[in-house]
Design a protein. Structure first.
Length: 306
């Protein structure tokens, strides 16, 4: 049991590190290669979608296409692909392009707050005290990270902040919207079709062969492959394997190494300025994942004590 738990924790953690590498490769493509978020989003979604559906065909055969048999499934996968996949990826990489990989990743972690607020409104029920604590920590962390405590200044651009928060909101939608489909189909089919549809939508904005001023040399090819293979395919399978072994709540905790890894890689690779106060703000935001994941356990313990 101990070896199995260690394997699950390792897989979830490694998935988070792969996501961190993806963000850093994206920053390299923007800052060094001259590419933009639109091009990278198109290439990532199309490539990853084709690969995932190819694996699904090997694993599931013709049932890969079952998602197109029911009108409700068709409607939901279109919304998930266009608004969820394309929307999240475009705003996430857009924020990285306007700031850096660490900032874009940390801002997206505010998506937990949007989930709490949405569920509270939908259920017409006040959030629990743990969820309220998570919201307050996220707001405080966002304030510290973006202003360094000075309300009259912004550490990064207003555009990066706005797009980062939009990315967080879309990430919340991306997390909640496909739940019914995931109960009906496996994640490989849902995410594979979602990515491919999102990539097809992006083609109407920017074709993959239109580099938009970028220079696709060997290093940029490797960075793009890293975004697709490491940051999408490998991270996807590692994280899901972690979920299978130790459960979604614990896997989310271990995968929360992502912003820490992104910041460390950014400091070493790009020499980004990430001071003590930035670490405090980042820790406050990321702590919301721990609070939300562990809250059910704490609530159960409180019930036993009363």
């Amino acid at each position: 049991m101990k070896d199995s738990f260690f394997k699950g924790a390792f897989m979830a953690t490694f998935g988070g590190i792969c996501w961190a590498l993806s963000a850093t490769f994206g920053q390299y493509l923007f800052q060094v290669g001259g590419f933009d978020a639109i091009w990278l989003t198109t290439v990532r979604l199309l490539s990853a979608g084709i690969i995932m559906l190819g694996i699904s065909l090997i694993k599931n055969g013709k049932s890969t296409f079952d998602i197109w048999k029911d009108k409700r499934d068709v409607f939901e996968i279109l919304i998930y692909g266009f608004l969820g996949m394309a929307g999240v990826q475009l705003t996430y990489f857009g924020c990285i392009q306007l700031s850096n990989a660490a900032t874009g990743t940390i801002l997206q972690y505010n998506g937990s707050v949007f989930i709490i607020l949405y569920l509270a409104l939908r259920n017409l029920k006040w959030p629990s005290k743990y969820e309220i604590l998570a919201v307050l920590l996220a707001i405080g962390g966002l304030f510290i990270l973006s202003t360094h405590g000075n309300i009259h200044t912004l550490v990064f651009s207003k555009g990066a902040l706005i797009i980062g928060l939009i990315s967080a909101g879309l990430w919340a939608f991306y997390s909640l919207e496909p739940r019914r489909m995931l109960n009906k189909f496996d994640t490989l089919r849902v995410n594979g079709w979602g990515m491919l549809l999102g990539g097809i939508l992006m083609i109407f904005i920017r074709q993959p062969w239109d580099l938009g001023g970028g220079v696709l040399d060997l290093k940029c090819i490797l960075a793009t492959a890293g975004v697709v293979l490491l940051g999408t395919i490998l991270s996807f399978f590692c994280y899901l394997e972690g979920v299978r072994i130790i459960g979604s709540d614990l896997a989310a905790l271990y995968a929360a190494v992502e912003p820490l890894a992104t910041a460390v890689i950014g400091i070493v690779w790009f020499h980004i300025a990430f001071g003590f106060i930035d670490w405090i703000g980042a820790a406050m935001i990321v702590s919301t994942v721990f609070i939300i994941s562990l809250a059910p356990r704490w609530q159960k313990n409180e019930t036993r004590l009363t």
